[in-house]
Design a protein around this ligand. Structure first.
Ligand SMILES: [Mg+2]
Length: 266
């Protein structure tokens, strides 16, 4: 049996409900209470593509938060930022202004800034999920994607999802996990919770990986275990009762049939 020494988790869709207004997505009360109990026993951290400010407004007991996919890391009063050239800093501002002008009249497109706690723009998301015709917007945003790439920015597009992200450099949740682990001097096993493909690198770097599932979406998750969102609170409560000793049967976890159990981790 494995002792869990820390829990790291994604936020959007993993702890917060999926199909709600993304700006107001809160962790349901019972789950929030359980996480707060967990945080009194072992370190609890968030690794998210949202910003540190967004998370700190919603959860007050995190030991550390990696925001913008790990491009900003907050541990207590300490903030860690990546080195970004002045050219790239200018590029993201220029491209963001361009995006704002292109999207100006489009009421059903959301332009979400990803600003650090210090106010610096490190990325943005263009999201047209509220529009009726997702395919037509793919054409509208194409010049913006091309300009972002030309200007040396990192662009993340998705096969099915009606949005794309632009960053000053490639975000990596796995690297963020390692950084938080080192900064917090955690030597033991980290349990990681995530719900989408962008959690892959963090799943790889964790000791125990659990994918949170839902009926609505079926992403390919490279985690060892699967757990329906509605059962997450009960599983975490059981883990607390079991003194943080991990037992997949007790926690009611399903083995992930698409996971390669022969690959080496860490
Ligand atoms: Mg997520």
């Amino acid at each position: 049996m494995l002792q869990i020494d820390a829990i790291f988790s994604d936020y959007d869709g993993t702890l917060s409900p999926f199909a709600v207004n993304r700006d107001n997505a809160l962790v349901p009360r019972p789950l929030y209470k359980t996480l707060s109990i967990v945080s009194k026993k072992i370190p609890f951290c968030i690794i998210t593509t949202k910003t540190v400010n967004y998370i700190q407004d919603k959860i007050e007991f995190c030991k550390g938060v990696a925001g913008i996919g790990g491009l900003e890391i907050s541990i207590g009063a300490k903030m860690i930022y990546p080195s970004v050239s002045s050219h790239t800093r200018k590029s993201i501002l220029t491209v963001f202004d361009f995006a704002r002008s292109v999207m100006h009249d489009m009421k059903d497109v959301l332009l979400e800034e990803k600003k650090t706690a210090g106010g610096e723009l490190l990325g943005f998301t263009v999201d047209w999920r509220l529009s009726k015709n997702w395919d037509s917007y793919k054409e509208v945003v194409r010049p913006l994607i091309q300009k972002s790439k030309r200007d040396g920015l990192f662009v993340l597009t998705y096969r099915d999802h009606p949005f794309f992200d632009v960053y000053v450099k490639k975000p990596d949740k796995g690297k963020a996990l390692i950084k938080l682990k080192k900064e917090l001097r955690i030597n033991g096993n980290i349990l990681y919770l995530g719900d989408s493909e962008n959690d892959s690198t963090a799943f790889e770097k964790s000791g125990v990986s659990i994918g949170i599932t839902r009926e609505e979406v079926k992403p390919l998750l490279n985690c060892e275990y699967l757990l329906p969102y509605d059962n997450l609170n009960a599983a975490l409560r059981t883990l607390v009762k079991n003194n943080m000793i991990f037992d997949p049967v007790l926690l009611n976890l399903k083995r992930n049939s698409t996971y390669d159990y022969t690959s080496d981790k860490q």
